[in-house]
Write a protein that binds this ligand. Structure first.
Ligand SMILES: Nc1nc2c(ncn2[C@@H]2O[C@H](COP(=O)(O)OP(=O)(O)OP(=O)(O)O)[C@@H](O)[C@H]2O)c(=O)[nH]1
Length: 344
């Protein structure tokens, strides 16, 4: 809005300058452009100070613009009709292109059908008198300026009124599509049950970590005897356990560390900027936090951990295989413990 108003102000200033420089000075041409420039300058200042007045300011700008275009259209048309020897194509100021800009502004800032109604009203009061005059003065109509006026007030105006809503519709569609895309990305990146990152995003983050020089570690954790929890207390309770585990882990991890749901009851945490012993300590903290979870009526929730540092030549597969092997060892040794596997 501010941009459009500033452009309109610039247009007003240019028109003022053109009229002052013109060899013949007509009173109307010396009054309207400076008045409209002063008004638009005031509106620009008002909009920068009171952005909440945007709608009101847009209305004033449109009404003022419409009046500034209608006044010369009527005045010079009547003058050319009533004064023998005066030609409209010689006297009408160069306002036809501004009329198209006026229509564009109308279609942008006025919502829905009202924009069409106002465009029709604007066309009837600003363009129609000139077109009717030209129809009755064929020799003027076929002059260079006459055909120019005919085009601007005829097909070009209709194109502006018709194409802009099409463009607006497309812009709306693009906005809806990008909102939908963001929603889909959210769904792809979040596990809906636990709110943890999805495996897809976890893998992406892991690949990014593999591509960096900075040290980072991976923690794979798998709940112990989770099937028994489901079988004993039912799936809804199992779901609550998974949610409690995910939020417990999230609370303990730093902002740059992230936990992803890797599979049913398996999670992966990526811990950047850490060394091997620090990584085991983080896993140990997670293990003891999970062992301390109280999810009634479940008696105890525990998890096994496999941890590994990312090595320089690692790929996604090698680092995950190492973490899995360590996790398997932790399970073999009865679970509820952390096992580390470092090196290739
Ligand atoms: N409630 C619930 N259960 C799930 C979900 N996803 C997977 N499971 C269950 O998780 C259980 C995993 O069982 P197993 O692979 O045998 O693992 P486990 O019982 O933890 O055995 P260990 O890992 O060897 O300790 C299965 O019963 C799955 O049905 C889920 O989203 N919600």
């Amino acid at each position: 809005m501010l941009f459009m108003l500033s452009l309109a102000l610039l247009g007003g200033i240019c028109a003022t300058a053109i009229h002052w420089m013109a060899p013949v000075h007509r009173t109307m041409d010396l009054i309207v452009p400076p008045t409209i420039s002063a008004l638009y300058a005031g509106l620009v200042i008002a909009l920068t100070r009171r952005p909440q007045w945007t709608v009101g300011i847009a209305r004033i700008a449109l009404v003022a613009g419409g009046l500034a275009l209608a006044a010369p259209a009527w005045l010079y048309t009547l003058q050319a009709t009533l004064t023998p020897g005066t030609l409209l194509v010689d006297t009408l100021p160069p306002v036809s292109s501004l009329f198209v800009v006026f229509l564009v502004m109308l279609m942008i800032f006025v919502p829905g059908r009202l924009a069409f109604v106002l465009a029709a009203l604007g066309w009837t009061t600003i363009a129609l008198p000139v077109l009717v005059y030209l129809l009755f003065h064929r020799e003027e109509m076929w002059s260079a300026r006459g055909t120019d006026l005919l085009m601007a007030y005829g097909p070009v105006s209709i194109m502006a009124v018709v194409l802009l809503p099409v463009q607006r519709g497309l812009a709306g569609k693009i906005r809806r599509l990008s909102t939908e895309r963001r929603r889909m990305e959210m769904l792809l990146h979040r596990d809906p049950l636990t709110g943890a990152q999805s495996r897809l995003l976890g893998e992406r983050r892991l690949r990014e970590a593999l591509g960096r020089d900075a040290p980072a570690g991976v923690i794979m954790l798998d709940l112990d005897r989770f099937k028994a929890i489901n079988d004993t207390y039912g799936h809804p309770v199992g779901d609550r356990v998974l949610q409690a585990v995910a939020s417990g882990c999230k609370e303990l991890l730093r902002g740059d560390e992230c936990i992803s749901r890797w599979g049913g009851e398996e999670f992966m945490a990526l811990v950047p900027e850490i060394d091997a012993s620090g990584l085991s300590q983080v896993a140990e903290r997670l293990r003891s936090a999970i062992a301390g979870l109280a999810v009634a009526p479940v008696q105890a929730v525990t998890a096994s951990f496999g941890v590994t540092m990312i090595e320089p030549d690692d790929t996604l597969d090698t680092v995950l295989q190492r973490a899995d092997r360590a996790l398997y060892r932790a399970k073999e040794q009865g679970g509820n413990r952390v096992e580390a596997a470092h090196g290739q």
